[in-house]
Design a protein around this ligand. Structure first.
Ligand code: PDD
Length: 285
């Protein structure tokens, strides 16, 4: 089925959905994005993603061309037009079209807003059932990872290197501490049952799923420490897992050559995945 893509206010069949070669997203990676999960044809954790989009836009001085209600309406319409039951919505917003120049174009240059959908089973998959393996790799990304920009070359390189090493994904390490996964937040559970996740800073993306999972952990009496952790702590953790919009909570069962716990998804990880799906599914809009 040909998807229907949103491009600057128009709904276009996939082959007609195009942007200029002068788009600053194409030339300079001058843009931001969001990924929102769809379950039962509804948006999961939408408010958090909409808020983070506004924040990323503000940090870079890019204008979001729709108001709150308009943005939500476009998200809902793209799900309906593409008949998505499970999957995700990708939104990309760039500074717009201008001749190549390192300086930004005038502030009234219209931004480029594109949305498309991908259908996939987000509830049941091998990663969720059996867990994934991650490889530790240096974090060579830029210094403002709190902004969700479309510059994703290094995360792609890291993912490829992780696969070459026989793992599913990478956990990135900087100054002796894990920052995050290539496209997900990294968490560990210590031998004492404390959930440890890195505190927010410019070093990592403020994950929307992370925030929900920390809230759920609190509600279920799980102790949480928001602090950086070392690769050594991760290698000897009782459990490890990642969170992201499309993964929810996915167990990490191997880091480099070390089995985590008994090499099977941990109990707390499984519980948090269940709590997340139950509560966010019930609250989806
Ligand atoms: N990635 N850290 C990074 C670097 C990410 O790219 C992502 C999300 C996360 C998790 O954030 P959230 O819980 O808000 O999805 C953390 C998306 C899913 C992607 O690029 O496809």
């Amino acid at each position: 089925m040909t998807r229907i893509i949103y491009v600057n206010g128009a709904w276009l069949p996939e082959p007609d959905a195009k942007v200029s070669v002068f788009d600053r997203g194409f030339l300079m990676a001058d843009g931001i994005y969001e990924v929102t999960c769809v379950l039962d044809g509804k948006l999961i954790d939408y408010d958090g993603h909409a808020r983070r989009l506004q924040r990323s836009a503000r940090e870079l001085g890019i204008t979001v061309p729709l108001d709150e209600a308009g943005l939500l309406a476009v998200h809902r319409e793209i799900v309906a037009r593409n008949g998505v039951d499970q999957g995700m919505i990708y939104l990309q917003l760039t500074r717009g079209v201008a001749d190549r120049d390192f300086a930004y174009p005038p502030a009234d240059t219209p931004p480029t807003l594109v949305l498309f959908t991908q259908s996939r089973n987000v509830l049941e998959n091998r990663a969720a059932d059996e867990g994934i393996a991650v490889a530790l790799l240096p974090d060579l990304r830029w210094g403002r990872r709190d902004i969700k920009t479309i510059q994703l070359l290094y995360p792609s390189m890291a993912k490829m290197e992780a696969k070459a090493r026989g793992a599913d994904d990478a956990w990135l390490v900087e100054d002796g501490h894990v920052t995050e996964g290539s496209a997900a937040t990294a968490h560990i559970v210590t031998a004492d049952g404390v959930l440890v996740t890195r505190d927010l800073s410019h070093a990592l993306l403020p994950g929307i799923t992370r925030a929900s999972v920390l809230e759920l952990a609190g509600q279920h009496g799980i102790s949480v420490e928001e602090r950086a952790f070392t690769p050594e702590e991760a290698l000897s953790a009782r459990e490890a897992f990642i969170t992201s919009a499309t993964n929810f909570v996915v167990p990490v069962v191997r880091i480099d050559d070390a089995k985590i716990g008994d090499g099977k998804p941990g109990t707390m990880t499984r519980d948090l995945r269940r709590y997340y799906i139950e509560t966010r599914r019930a609250a989806a809009i």
